[in-house]
Design a protein. Sequence first.
Length: 321
Amino acid sequence: MQNVPKLRVDQWMSIVLLLAVFLVVPVYLTSAEEPSEHSSVQPLPPTLPLIQHVTLPLFVEDVATPSAVPADFSPAALTADSAYVMDRQSGSVLFQKNADQAHYPASTAKMMTALVVRQLYPLDKVLTVGEEAFATGSTVHFHVGEQITVHELLKALLIPSGNDAAFVFANNHPQGYEGFVHDMNQKAAELHLTKTIFKNPSGLDDQTQLTTARDLAILANELMKDPILREVVGTRQTTIHDVTGQYAHQLNTTQELLGVVDGVVGVKTGTTEFAGENLITEIDRNGHQVIVVVLGSKSRFTETTWLINWLFAHYQWETIQ
């Protein structure tokens, strides 16, 4: 019998290292890619890219504190495609940029939805949720068969910008969905919104659903005349319930300047892929009411805040005898 050659120390170390690799790597892959039902680790969907750390640009959606106006700020340099500032009492135009340029409204269209609702339904009317419970985008997550009053649905429509609430209103119209959209356009004609066309009550992108900064300022002005709607868009947080009390829905405003920038009392946000960042704001300060519209902004809350502060620093209201 031949003698088995003895292994050197370095050869023994190589064998141990190889065994360690084979034992450890399979366990690591299994735990990372196939977590057990008790694991807190969840696999990434295959279609989503990994998020990398990036340096944030100048414009950041963060309004924890009101943004001071930069020393070199000029309204003409806004990233917004369109902007419009209107004094409510006089109707005077205080600033405009591409005020009549066609733009997708996104969820700012829900202001018109709310106005149509106010002339169509009593606040205490109960509507039933059907297929609207499966709406996508910004929703309140209603349940099929849930019964809820018009007043509560208006809160769901305007505070968190619920698409499902918009469709509940439209589908319960006496002439159905198309009848509701018809009423939206009829109301637009009454308000002389000559460059506005509505195709749906939620504001989802449609190539023929268009508006302008000027028209949206007029629309917002009309909405804020209604004390019920004015109260709703001025609400930061609330909870709504169905008529049985079985379901409760926590609502948080999408108007991030509300309660942060002095004097902001509403009104409506809107964001879609093609619209970009839209924001309509009413500011009540020093006894003056001003509506500010920015459409297609890269940072709507920051730019609106700068525009508001710039406005009150450069304009003076005088009473003419």
